[in-house]
Design a protein around this ligand. Structure first.
Ligand code: DGJ
Length: 729
């Protein structure tokens, strides 16, 4: 049993292989958070201390017990207005305008397996997943809250979401509905969050949590390049390979907020969920609202251990089932090869060179539909531009398949240009404020995905193409932040629902397409990695990591992404030099090594390469095929710490520890510099590993404890890949 309830103490215990998450419905009915960490095999209620803290009031029934205050006790679902002055997970307004709520334990159920979350992405159940439903009620306002916990024992993950049900006869307005609330009563914590910008996503930043509130989030209508919905709390001494840390990751692609508060008792609260700014949901009598699912994990094996938990969970239980095994096709994408300047002939010649080099798929990026010769028009008109191509798209696809390649196509479904037939016939489909000129970005506007007819239109337009053209892959782009978040289909009171309804509409469209084309590989994208989140991964097993394809920049972007997400989800391509974004010239070997630690592909015109470069590419693809299983399903370790020096190193170890692949890329060649040195991880200490290029073997212990040094880097392509295989005994 992974979930137990101890009747006498009211303690709920959620156990994974190594961890324990514990709560208690105390005698007053409040649900207290007791503990989250390594499994102690004990009831942790002894940690809760009650003493009188000035200006921290008491619930009425406890007025004689001045030590009992919601302001100082660890809460499992903090609410506002009733004496807990710290950040709340839930904020409501009742029919009288009262902003107070108090949630008391009502009942619970422990169930084998789990139910899907209606309309929202969720973690698919493992064989041993169990669900705990705890029902809390506020009888005064008639609100029922069902907290849902799911346990994924093997990955040390629990997930949490909640359902709010209005049991009153009047409306309740929900102003905040967070997914997770974790109170950590003791200790000093660092937070690691992942900030960024377009072309530099998911940059880890670590800071000590001081008193007061520290918050990160997005108000852009998308999870964003600027702040990933993922935070880690780490003990001050925690590093990549040692120490304790825990994380909360949201399965949500819209506005989000992660708040941490260190309070007067030095305890830390972490609340994460949909961003309350601009959000309000009118919950009519009998109606329900579901919060997004939060993925919560703990590791006592440092940040690498935490990442490994999340990688395993995402690979096995988040991405769509057909993509949990096997290796995705090595692709050639037309974007940086040709941008908008193509016709069928040019695309077919690109495909021919892709096939000659051993690639497996040709992706036709932006520009094939409507009137779209630059990025100012056409979005919304998902009709093939046959006069630009010179023939039907089905013919292009047929010819590409005849070359032995798969065919992929770009869409940006949620957008509309003013200069489009769709806008001319349905201006009301665009999200925009009444009487105000909209904020434009890339000269485009956002479609009102909260309207069912918009989702229906997109479904019809996309299936019209996907049904008639042989297409194995779709790149799903999203190239602006949302502004003027107003829907002409909703009442004035409901405008606070627009951005969440937008995301629900997007998920609905993705869900419909997924069920119609289960084997269609959808790669998420948002100007690169602007919507790289576990919500999108539920539908799209890979996401284009960044529009910055410079290999040296990508080292940081992919490393930052790796804290939460496995390399099998990171779209990564070798592009041309000088790099189109940075102008830097990086060697082809380095570019190959970096892109291989992702869903490998190319983004260049092979017709412009020398024979030697083409030969190198053939070799890279051969190597990738040899290592792909190890890279995609092996255990990933960052070998350099966050503040590293002149090189970045990482490795993959096969689950049976038989083989490993070590990658080292130098970012700054030093004359007369130190020898690059790495300590390998995750090997069998007793086994001997052979490194063919050095024609010798090493014990796993030597490679892990003694480490491995490399010759000083020189030249234009300072990168190495070392493949070690266990010797047969
Ligand atoms: C942004 C994407 O990230 C690029 O890869 C490319 O698809 C362009 N959009 C096309 O407009």
């Amino acid at each position: 049993m992974n979930i137990t309830y101890h009747e006498a103490s009211g303690i709920f215990s959620l156990r994974t292989e190594h961890t324990l998450y514990q709560m208690q419905a105390d005698p007053t009915g409040h649900l207290l958070h007791l503990y989250y960490g390594l499994d102690t095999g004990d009831g942790m209620d002894y940690l809760v201390r009650c003493s009188d803290h000035g200006f921290s009031g008491n619930p009425y029934d406890q007025r004689a017990n001045r030590g009992y205050s919601l302001d100082t006790l660890p809460q499992e679902c903090s609410v506002s207005g009733t004496g807990d002055y710290r950040i709340s997970a839930l904020k409501t307004v009742d029919v009288h305008g009262s902003r107070s709520a108090e949630l008391l334990y009502d009942s619970h159920r422990i169930i084998d397996g789990r139910e899907p979350l209606e309309g929202l992405p969720y973690v698919h159940p493992a064989e041993d997943t169990q669900t705990l439903e705890i029902t809390l009620k506020d009888p005064v306002i008639g609100l029922k809250v069902i907290l849902l916990y799911h346990v994924f024992p093997e990955t040390d993950v629990i997930t949490r979401s909640g359902v709010l049900i209005n049991e009153s006869s009047t409306e309740i307005v929900v102003e905040k509905a967070a997914s997770a609330c974790v109170d950590i009563p003791y200790g000093t914590w660092d937070v690691i969050h992942f900030h960024g910008r377009h072309c530099m996503e998911r940059m880890p930043e670590r800071q000590r949590l001081g008193h007061g509130v520290t918050a990160f989030g997005s108000r852009r209508g998308m999870s964003s390049h600027h702040s990933n919905p993922f935070v880690i709390l780490a003990a001050p001494t925690t590093g990549e390979n040692q120490g304790e840390c825990m994380s909360v990751m949201l399965m949500y692609s819209g506005n989000h907020l992660e708040e941490m508060e260190v309070d007067q008792t030095e305890s830390t609260r972490l609340v994460a969920g949909i961003h309350p700014d601009g959000f309000s949901w009118h919950l009519g009598s009998g109606e329900k609202f579901s919060t997004a699912e939060a993925i919560i994990s703990y590791s006592a094996r440092g940040l690498n251990g935490l990442s490994q938990n999340l990688h395993e969970l995402i690979r096995k239980y988040v991405i769509p089932e057909p993509f949990r095994k096997g290796i995705r096709p090595v692709l050639l994408n037309s974007w940086e090869a040709m941008y908008f300047d193509f016709d069928a002939e040019k695309i077919l010649s690109l495909a021919r060179s892709a096939a000659e080099l051993g690639m497996e798929m040709l992706v036709l990026d932006d520009g094939w539909f409507g009137k779209r010769d630059d990025d100012n028009s056409g979005l919304g008109d998902w009709v093939v531009n046959e006069s630009k191509l010179g023939c039907p798209l089905s013919e292009v696809s047929k010819k590409i398949h005849a070359m032995g390649l798969k065919f992929g196509l770009w869409f940006e479904p949620e957008m509309i240009n003013e200069d489009s037939d769709l806008f001319r016939s349905h201006p009301e489909y665009a999200v925009t404020d009444p009487g105000r000129k909209p904020v434009m970005a890339r000269n485009q506007m956002v479609l009102d995905m909260s309207r069912k007819e918009v989702v229906d239109y997109l479904y019809q337009a996309m299936t019209q193409i996907l049904d008639h053209v042989e297409i194995e892959y779709v790149k799903w782009d999203f190239n602006r932040s949302i502004a003027n978040a107003y829907s002409s289909a909703l009442s004035a009171a409901q405008q606070g629902e627009v951005l969440h309804r937008f995301i629900l509409g997007t998920y609905d469209l993705l869900e419909r397409l997924r069920s119609r084309y289960p084997s269609l590989l959808i790669e998420g994208c948002s100007g690169g990695g602007g919507r790289f989140d576990a919500g999108m991964l539920f539908y799209c097993p890979q996401i284009w990591c960044s529009d910055d394809t410079d290999a040296i920049e990508r080292l940081e972007i992919q490393r930052g992404t790796s804290y939460g997400y496995p390399v099998s989800t990171m779209g990564a391509h070798v592009s041309a030099v000088p790099n189109h974004q940075s102008g830097r010239v990086t060697g082809l070997k380095t570019r190959g090594i970096v892109a291989q630690s992702g869903t490998f592909g190319y983004e260049l015109n092979p017709g412009l390469l020398s024979d030697a470069e083409k030969e190198t590419i053939r070799g890279q693809i051969r190597d990738y095929r040899q290592y792909a299983e190890l890279i995609n399903y092996g255990t990933y370790y960052r070998l350099t710490e966050l503040e590293h020096g002149d090189f970045e190193a990482w490795m993959f170890v096969s689950p049976d520890k038989q083989e490993c692949l070590v990658n080292v890329v130098c970012t700054h060649v030093r004359v007369n510099g130190p020898y690059p040195f790495v300590r390998l991880m995750g090997l069998d200490p007793q086994a001997r590993y052979c490194l063919e290029t050095e024609k010798r073997t090493f014990t796993g212990a030597a490679l892990m404890y003694g480490g491995f040094s490399l010759p000083q880097f020189r030249g234009e392509d300072p990168a190495v890949q070392l493949y070690f295989r266990q010797e047969a005994i």
